[in-house]
Ligand binder design. Structure first.
Ligand SMILES: C[S@@+](CC[C@H](N)C(=O)[O-])C[C@H]1O[C@@H](n2cnc3c(N)ncnc32)[C@H](O)[C@@H]1O
Ligand code: SF4
Length: 399
């Protein structure tokens, strides 16, 4: 059986001078070579060359403006996401990392991840990223089957994806790749074989996402026209259980709903989000969470790349949203994010944020149904039974 309810919690490190609270910087690169029909990320295709120098100046300006608001942070993680950040020149990545280091102190054990699309992978470029300071790569492989890759609108073959994984492993000590499963027409047996091949290639981390139909994508149109048959609830559950079982047995347990790692090799940047720490969101359409004057601000920037550039050039940042979260919004977000993790949440942290404790009767009922467990110290964790209905569990606890 999947062991999501028995995975050890990562030790919670109490902040001190040597271990300041985690602080992440997310940098969004909003361009791709083509738009995949399932994807609703903020990504755009441009046929003209991108003026990377202009983007570097804008990223540096937005970093400086953000750092002026939260100056005393020690950056523990930086994540270049997209879009396709592996379309950036290594010198662009280096210049952005310099801007971060000019504005904040960086932790000596800084994690710097860059998302890469196999179509763009070249060893010289990867070495350039490594020289720039990137120390972890996350590849969007999606499938190890040529027909499935074509159906997903990907520009690379399975062979090219495997070559990209090999290149990433040769150049970076830490790497991960993403696969999408429960695809139209995929059988659990076919997924078993594909996942087996993936685990054999994996270094220390895998992100395994069930295909979701996102609104306003070509896949959504196909789906509503009845041309894309998705696995029903039971089949989706079978895919999920198979994934947990195989990864758990091969030393890559889930530490989050869709993320698997050898213990200690978790993506520290994503843990910043799930553990409710602060992060700066830089670049078009980036979201941030910043603590200013004792309040948590939820920030978001303009999504369209050219409009974002103009805003930053005019006022030093591209922010279009800056909202102070209420206590209950903050507490709900903490539940929603924290319960995704196998390590679960400490209810007293919820109580401190919400100003009220979780209802013991609701906890008891969820426990009785086998959806959550409660550690001797009170920590709540969602079980393998509970993960498929996580949203309902969160809604129940937060009510
Ligand atoms: C920003 S993309 C990754 C990097 C790069 N752009 C690429 O595609 O190679 C982040 C990941 O989200 C996942 N993803 C995107 N849309 C999805 C969807 N509709 N359902 C499931 N996973 C999805 C894919 O696995 C993708 O690799
Ligand atoms: S999946 Fe990746 S490459 Fe495809 S459109 Fe989305 S961000 Fe771009």
């Amino acid at each position: 059986m999947p062991a999501a309810d028995t995975i050890d919690a990562a030790a919670a490190v109490a902040p001190d001078e040597r271990n300041p609270p985690a602080f992440g910087v997310y940098i969004h690169w909003p361009f791709c070579l083509s738009k995949c029909p399932y994807c609703d990320f903020n990504s755009h295709v441009r046929h003209a060359a991108i003026d990377e120098d202009r983007f570097v100046r804008a990223f540096a300006a937005e970093i400086a403006t953000t750092a002026a608001q939260v100056p005393d942070r020690v950056v523990s993680t930086i994540f270049f996401g997209g879009g396709t950040p592996s379309l950036m020149a290594p010198s662009t990545v280096a210049a952005i990392l310099d801007a971060v280091a000019r504005c904040w102190t960086v932790h000596p054990d800084l994690e710097v991840t860059l998302e890469a699309n196999p179509t763009t992978v070249a060893a010289t470029r990867f070495r350039g990223y490594r020289t720039a300071g990137v120390n972890r790569v996350s590849l969007g492989v999606q499938a190890l089957d040529d027909a499935a890759l074509a159906a997903l609108g990907r520009l690379h073959s399975a062979r090219e994806a495997l070559d990209a994984i090999a290149t990433a492993r040769k150049i970076f000590a830490r790497s991960s790749f993403d696969l999408i499963y429960a695809r139209p027409g995929q059988t659990p047996n076919a997924w078993r074989a594909e996942l087996e091949a993936a685990i054999a290639e994996a270094a220390e981390h895998l992100s395994l996402y069930q295909l979701t139909i996102e609104a306003d994508t070509p896949f959504a149109a196909l789906h509503s026209a009845g041309k894309l048959t998705m696995p029903d609830g039971d089949a989706a559950r079978a895919f999920y259980d198979l994934t947990q079982e195989m990864c758990g047995a091969r030393g890559l347990p889930a530490y989050e709903v869709s993320n698997h790692a050898r213990p200690g090799a978790e993506c520290r940047h994503n843990l910043v989000y799930w553990r409710g720490h602060e992060y700066a969101g830089i670049g078009p359409g980036a979201h941030g969470r910043l603590d200013i004057g004792g309040e948590r601000h939820a920030t978001a920037t303009e999504k369209r790349p050219e409009s974002w550039l103009m805003r930053v050039e005019a006022r030093g940042h591209g922010r279009v949203t800056d909202e102070v979260l209420t206590r209950s919004e903050r507490a709900d977000e903490f539940l929603l994010m924290g319960l995704r993790l196998a390590e679960g949440i400490a209810p007293d942290r919820y109580a401190a944020l919400a100003g009220r404790s979780l209802d013991p009767a609701r906890i008891a009922a969820l426990r009785e149904h086998g959806f959550i467990t409660v550690d001797p110290d009170g920590r709540l964790r969602v079980t393998a039974e509970g993960f498929p209905v996580l949203d309902a569990i969160v809604a129940d606890l937060a009510a």
